[in-house]
Design a protein around this ligand. Structure first.
Ligand SMILES: Cc1ncc(COP(=O)(O)O)c(C=O)c1O
Length: 397
């Protein structure tokens, strides 16, 4: 499999077995070109950005700003603020937009499917600004209750919704959500952490006002992500982190700020990471993402079907609007024990609440085992996974 050859880590063994990495919803592996790009930067161009006129500073600035341009062209966006990841991007909206635009009595609509990153910042803001939070429930079939969503929009100023659930793999009906929210005068934030690795999203066409995501879930480095913002909405945001790089002038009496994205990027930014992320985009641009996603969804559907036929409850739809995630709960082997038994055979899977405790509470469980597939995973790995699960069940179940 050609894609696989680009990932040096996939050649390693774990506990004497070939590594089978199925924890991609947590973070993805990095192709050699990303590692090389970051290494080259530190080896030959390392300098700080935006200020100095020397050659190295010019190269570093060019590399960093190339990442922003890549974000804008990949997602068709006018404004791309570079952050540390999805979490910081959502917190940026809460601080820079929420504090400037929300008042007591305003409503923010969330869903029970959100990652903690798209719940906690709003709870903090709600406490500070006395805004109301409304949660859209998740139904028995693992979809959002769209009737409750429509009924929740009175006085709503913002709707925050996850593109694809990191626990269920369910892709939400964003088109309908955005249309309904806008027709009720609410802005929309999409947590696309699990969406952008699998889907080429046109931000402007989506109509969303904010979109947050992380590089590390799409073969890029950790510690970097982005917030895309609608150009008009961008003008209504106020900086919340002060420091170098975000200012225009500073006197002892006060400061003026940059007017572009730098306004929200105080301090030395993530230069090597931006250069690495650019390399990841270049690498991904050579793939047919839609075809790959289809292949991964088929793998996940097959695994889900096999687990169900073994009497293992699976959480998620795996019929339509799904992604490459299979969350399950073994009826007789504790999740942590199962993860250890799998690790002993070279498999990396995730266990626990996946930073989505309200969702697990709604499902009436404390956690799941999650296998999530990405570009370098194969059907053979999935078959081996199911075979080993059967063997573990026979011996320990
Ligand atoms: C749906 C979703 N939102 C937000 C996040 C947070 O991403 P990060 O930790 O990169 O900020 C994750 C990470 O697992 C996620 O899956």
């Amino acid at each position: 499999m050609a894609i696989r050859d680009d990932f040096p880590i996939l050649k390693r063994e774990v506990n004497g077995f070939p590594l089978i990495y199925l924890d991609n919803a947590a973070t993805t592996q990095k192709p050699q070109v990303v590692l090389d790009a970051m290494n080259d930067y530190y080896t030959s161009s390392n300098a700080n950005v935006h200020r100095a006129v020397h050659t190295l500073a010019g190269e570093a600035t060019e590399g960093y700003e190339a990442c922003r341009q890549r974000l804008k062209s990949w997602f068709n966006a006018d404004r791309a603020v570079i952050t540390s990841g999805t979490t910081e991007a959502i917190n940026l909206v809460a601080h820079a937009w929420g504090r400037a635009n929300l008042v007591e009595g305003d409503v923010i609509v969330l869903t029970e499917m959100e990652h903690h990153s798209d719940i906690v910042p709003w709870q903090m803001l709600a406490e500070e600004r006395k805004v109301e939070l409304r949660y859209v429930p998740v139904l028995e079939d693992f979809t959002l209750d769209m009737d409750v969503f429509a009924a929740s929009l009175d006085d709503a100023k913002l709707v925050c919704v996850v593109h694809t659930s990191n626990v269920l793999g369910v892709r939400n009906p964003l088109e309908e959500i955005i249309q309904l929210a806008h027709s009720n005068g609410a802005y929309v934030l999409i947590d696309a952490a699990q969406g952008v690795p699998h889907e080429q999203i046109d931000f402007k066409e989506s109509g969303a006002d904010f979109m947050a995501f992380s590089a590390h879930k799409m073969c890029g480095p950790t510690g970097i992500g982005a917030l895309l913002v609608n150009a008009d909405v961008f003008e209504t945001m106020q900086p919340f982190m002060g420091g170098g790089d975000m200012i225009e002038t500073v006197t002892v009496d006060g400061s003026t700020y940059q007017t572009n994205e730098h306004k929200f990027e105080a301090g030395t930014p993530r230069i090597a990471e931006a250069i690495g992320w650019c390399a990841a985009f270049d690498w991904m641009a050579k793939l047919d993402l839609e075809k790959e996603h289809k292949r991964l969804v088929e793998i996940a559907r097959w695994v889900a079907e096999q687990l169900r036929s073994m009497g293992i409850p699976v959480y998620g739809r795996h019929e339509e609007k799904d992604s490459a995630v299979v969350s399950f709960l073994h009826p007789t082997i504790h999740s942590e024990d199962l993860a250890h038994l799998l690790d002993a055979r070279g498999f990396a899977v995730r266990t626990g609440h996946h930073c989505a405790q309200p969702l697990l509470h709604r499902l009436g469980i404390n956690g799941t085992v999650r296998a999530s597939f990405y570009l370098y995973n194969s059907m053979e790995e999935a078959e081996y996974f199911v075979e080993q699960l059967k063997e573990i069940t026979e011996r320990f179940g």
